[in-house]
Design a protein. Structure first.
Length: 112
């Protein structure tokens, strides 16, 4: 991917993208802070898995790719611990999927 294809991650753009990704009946149930909380959980997952580190040239791509089901499980676990979170566990996959699609749209799908 060429450098000009890569955009900087922008939280406001990510939230807007996720809202557009979500079904109409779900998107207005959550405010921007609630969506941002899930985005932060996703990036906490990346950090805990070492996915935000610059890869060693000896690392294979398979070892650095984030697994959707692992991300979703982590976010659900963190939401269960967060007493102030209001995102329904049945809806969280829309936010996670939307955030991952946003990453792809700005060229982050191959590395964090």
């Amino acid at each position: 991917m060429a450098d000009e294809d890569f955009k900087q991650f922008d939280e406001a753009d990510a939230i807007k993208f996720i809202r557009n990704y979500m079904p109409a009946e779900i998107r207005d149930l959550y405010d921007d802070d609630e969506i941002l909380n899930v985005i932060d959980m996703i990036w906490d997952f990346y950090e805990s898995e070492g996915l935000l580190q610059i890869p060693n040239q000896n690392d294979s791509d398979d070892e650095t790719a984030a697994d959707y089901s692992a991300i979703l499980a982590y976010v659900k676990k963190m939401l269960a611990k967060d007493k102030l979170a209001v995102v329904d566990v049945d809806d969280v996959h829309y936010i996670v999927e939307g955030e991952l699609e946003y990453e792809k749209s700005i060229g982050l799908e191959d590395g964090y």
